[in-house]
Design a protein around this ligand. Structure first.
Ligand code: PRX
Length: 567
């Protein structure tokens, strides 16, 4: 039985107070996400219930109850405190999907510090940009990523501490580096949790835009009110569910719905630290008896490629609810999931900045395959005209996706970049930077990004970051990065490069450039295609016209570029 019956009634009756009441929160009181996900669940009689079932890449399984999680998050918070780290400081979690990442995140929040999770596949440059901007005090990492951290330490004067969670003593640790072994550490049963209030900063998630460096979307502890209730209603979490969110906590899905939402609901989560492989994912679903699964279109399309016969080899009868996020979920994928699993994936739309789901397919609501669904009750959304920002009321007309500000998990600023934050609001709306239309039944249909950001496998990659990295390559004079269509990843990075005079394009150089970006930034940002050109199209003021290059890749009409040329 879903929690939310009929959508229209829910929309009429919903207020965020419902969530506040269920969480026992009264305005003005202390609200600490770390406490809510651990201590509070234990007090509700679930201390011995499993919180996390974790599987390592070698098949090793570890299990932790809510009481284990309560104590271990205390232990991490106390360890940081004893090393002189206090509230408000930025603590970066730079790890694979190991238990220390999940508990470290909550431990940092219990301390009152700001959790800054970063994708462990990031290269040294991607890491440096984000740590420098945040003025990060601590990096918690694994020994396999330590080399990357060490290369940038000299450029990070604010960095006080590097915690290595799996140090084996083989290589000596350096200045500022300390070992911490969570499972062996003496457990701290009682920790003085920081009395954070609604507006106390909690999480800093870096996200890419068209121009400039990645921006830190800053969230607050009050975001819990949104994350708890959307996890409950949209993911349809119940007490006996076994839940799997495939997202990495380096990205917002992995924290809002891979840590905060489910654990604040006291639900058991499974995590696998293995990469993607259809058979191993199905085996994981089968052996863990997963009931609710939150994944992404690229993963679903990859599963589709392997065919339905593979699915049928496994007993997935426990599965009862499937959701997706991050990129457009094509209608074929929804229909395929009905055939493969006997259920449709429920698409959800939201962003790093929104902190929680905005447009969703509710359990029980008829799904129109290919549509993102309707706004979550409590969310006032619309599409607005591209230039006047007036609401479009004609069904089917394309405009910008807009949300009325004020939902609990809305980001509160971009770290040290209030001007860019303010610029996201127009005519009383928060603008997501995406285009969509709304049909006569109120369903939202995604059209595309309104900017040059590349969405590859559900991860946003900023063209500026790639182009800046490429400028450091000795052969590159200038470049433009755009998204090129890809059947599985939706988009992959393609770069157009003008070489320095006298340098000749060849296959070796192409591979060298690809590798250069992969090492500096990440495999996601690595160009899958390079086209060498004599020069790049520019506006009269000299800005590179990525849009023209992108339109060509997509076989789209370039449209009126006269305005661009006068830009
Ligand atoms: O362009 C939209 C796309 O991903 C962007 C947000 O990316 P990020 O901040 O990294 O957060 C991703 C996970 C919450 C959006 O602006 N996007 C997200 N969900 C969908 C989507 N595009 C189409 N359909 C979706 N369901």
């Amino acid at each position: 039985m879903s929690h939310i019956g009929n959508y229209d009634d829910a929309r009429k009756n919903f207020t965020w107070e419902i969530s506040e009441k269920e969480l026992g929160y009264v305005p003005g009181a202390v609200i600490n996400i770390g406490e809510y996900c651990t201590d509070r669940i234990c007090r509700m009689g679930k201390a011995d219930k499993l919180a996390l079932i974790w599987e390592g890449h070698d098949g090793h399984v570890k299990k932790y109850t809510f009481n284990d999680m309560r104590q271990l998050t205390n232990t991490i918070a106390a360890f940081l405190k004893s090393n002189g780290i206090g509230d408000g400081e930025r603590v970066c979690l730079f790890m694979d999907k190991v238990p220390e990442l999940y508990f470290g995140f909550l431990g940092v929040l219990k301390l009152g510090a700001i959790a800054q999770p970063l994708f462990s596949a990031f290269g040294a440059d991607s890491l440096l940009t984000r740590l420098e901007d945040a003025g990060t005090s601590v990096v918690i990492t694994q020994k396999k990523h330590l080399a990357k951290v060490r290369t940038i330490v000299p450029q990070l004067p604010t960095l006080k501490l590097i915690v290595v969670v799996d140090d084996d003593g083989v290589k000596p640790l350096r200045e500022k580096e300390v070992a911490f072994h969570m499972d062996e550490a003496e457990r701290v049963d009682s920790f003085d949790i920081f009395p954070s209030l609604a507006e106390t900063p909690s999480v800093l998630h870096y996200t890419s835009g068209t121009t400039g460096k990645p921006k830190g979307a800053q969230h607050v502890h009050y975001s819990l009110i949104s994350q708890y209730i959307t996890a409950k209603y949209v993911l349809d979490l119940h007490d006996d569910d076994i839940y799997w969110c495939t997202a990495d906590p380096g990205w917002v899905t992995g924290t809002s719905y891979g840590i905060i939402g489910p654990w604040a609901n006291g639900v058991t989560q499974c995590v696998t630290d293995t990469g993607f492989k259809a058979e191993s994912w199905y085996r994981f679903l089968e052996t863990m008896k997963i009931t609710v699964w939150y994944s992404a279109p690229t993963a679903i399309r990859s599963l589709m490629k392997e065919g339905i016969d593979v699915v049928k080899k496994f007993d997935l009868s426990a599965l009862r609810h499937l959701c997706s996020v991050g990129e457009p979920l094509n209608a074929e994928a929804v229909l395929w999931s009905q055939e493969a699993f006997g259920r449709m994936f429920h698409d959800t739309f939201w962003q790093t900045e929104t902190g929680s789901m905005m447009i969703t397919n509710f359990p029980g609501m008829p799904i129109k395959p290919g549509s993102m669904g309707k706004p979550f009750p409590g969310i006032t959304a619309g599409v607005v005209d591209l230039s006047t920002f007036e609401e479009i009321t004609t069904p089917g007309l394309v405009g910008l996706i807009a949300i009325r500000p004020g939902w609990p998990s809305m980001f509160r600023t971009y770290w040290k970049n209030e001007a860019t934050y303010q610029n996201k609001f127009k005519n009383g709306w928060y603008l997501c930077g995406d285009r969509a239309s709304i049909d006569e039944d109120g369903y939202y249909w995604f059209v595309g990004r309104d900017d040059d950001v590349i969405n590859t496998a559900g991860h946003l990659v900023g063209p500026f970051e790639i182009e800046s990295a490429l400028l450091e390559h000795p052969a590159v004079a200038e470049s433009a990065a755009v998204g090129k269509p890809d059947p599985v990843n939706m988009e992959v990075v393609k770069v157009f490069i003008a070489l320095k005079p006298g340098i000749e394009a060849n296959k070796m150089l192409e591979l060298d450039i690809m590798n250069f970006v992969r090492k500096k930034l990440s495999a996601l940002a690595m160009p899958q295609d390079i086209e060498f050109v004599a020069s790049l199209p520019r506006t009269r003021s000299g800005k590179i016209m990525r849009r023209v290059l992108r339109a060509k890749e997509w076989g789209e009409d370039i449209g009126d570029i006269s305005t661009l040329e006068n830009d």
